[in-house]
Design a protein around this ligand. Structure first.
Ligand SMILES: C[S@@+](CC[C@H](N)C(=O)[O-])C[C@H]1O[C@@H](n2cnc3c(N)ncnc32)[C@H](O)[C@@H]1O
Length: 281
């Protein structure tokens, strides 16, 4: 099937363009890698379903449970903003750790227009109700400003780590590092002060294994596993068989679940067992 041509717009970075995806939200397309930051079928729908919902994070926040998320590939911040808007709306504390080795300039991210996409989202009734909630929209608007200002002030150098209070309930640990050779000392320090320690959900969203094989090495997947609480989730858009086998070898309970309407047929939901003898369901 031919790939549809989608509206695109240049950014201030040569070879990096905004693409309007099929649900009206924007993603970036990197011409050099020939990779997009999200599925062209819907950046918003993908981020919401694959990460915020499938990971169980939306349910935790709705239930008032303080939550810690670790994202590999912070990119435009779409998954971060959606997760944080839920946390703010429910008044629940969120610690969000984002690993990124190529932080986008603030002036590029200022054109993400996620709130605009949320307001005009019409693909799914259930999500639309949440997206139309004024408290959600208000939180998102504040967070968007906060996120752009984090990028404006971020130290530009690789290997830096920062802890920023982005909104009343949202702390962001920004690890500007190569995820393959991660220095986790700041993360360790922060988590040591948390009542329970580990991470509840890993959003694994680097570029594809074809373009970015280093990030999909068992060593990196194992690292993510070691940060997870028992029962914690590991979600990704990628269901490649070799990746699923590596995850199973590490000890994850791996499932394929339906992807967003119009997008990938299946996406990945893996869990760290809650007890040593847990079985996949
Ligand atoms: C698919 S995009 C992530 C999209 C992002 N989740 C969002 O909502 O916009 C992949 C991201 O992974 C980052 N990345 C790629 N290789 C990396 C590495 N070795 N270490 C850290 N980040 C990496 C890229 O710079 C890019 O921002």
């Amino acid at each position: 099937m031919a790939i549809p041509t989608r509206p695109s717009m240049p950014t201030s970075i040569t070879g990096l363009n905004w693409l309007t995806t099929d649900d009206g939200s924007r993603t970036l397309h990197d011409q050099r890698l020939n990779e997009s930051y999200h599925s062209g079928c819907g950046a918003l729908a993908e981020s919401w379903l694959v990460y915020v919902l499938n990971s169980g994070v939306a349910e935790r926040l709705r239930g008032g449970q303080a939550t810690r998320v670790l994202e590999y590939g912070l990119g435009t911040g779409t998954s971060f903003l959606l997760t944080a808007a839920l946390a703010e709306m429910h008044g629940v504390d969120l610690l969000y750790v984002g690993i990124e080795n190529n932080l986008l300039p603030a002036e590029v991210v200022a054109d993400l227009e996620l709130l605009h996409a949320i307001k005009n989202f019409h693909a799914d009734q259930l999500w639309r109700e949440r997206f139309q909630d004024v408290r959600f929209q208000r939180s998102l608007s504040l967070l968007q400003e906060g996120w752009v200002s984090v990028l404006q002030q971020a130290c530009g150098s690789l290997s830096s780590t920062e802890l920023v209070q982005v909104a009343p309930h949202t702390r962001l640990v920004l690890l500007q590092q190569d995820a393959c050779t991660l220095d986790t000392s700041l993360l360790r320090t922060v988590l040591d002060f948390e009542p329970l320690g580990g991470i509840h959900a890993v959003y694994f969203d680097p570029f594809s294994p074809e373009v970015n094989p280093n990030l999909w090495q068992p060593r990196v997947l194992q690292n993510a596993y070691s940060w997870l609480e028992p029962g914690g989730s590991f979600t990704s858009y990628c269901v490649k068989s070799s990746v699923r086998k590596d995850l199973e070898r590490i000890g994850y309970l791996v499932r394929r679940v339906p992807g967003p309407t119009g997008g990938k047929r299946q996406v990945l939901l893996a869990r760290k067992p809650s007890s040593p003898d847990s079985q996949a369901t």
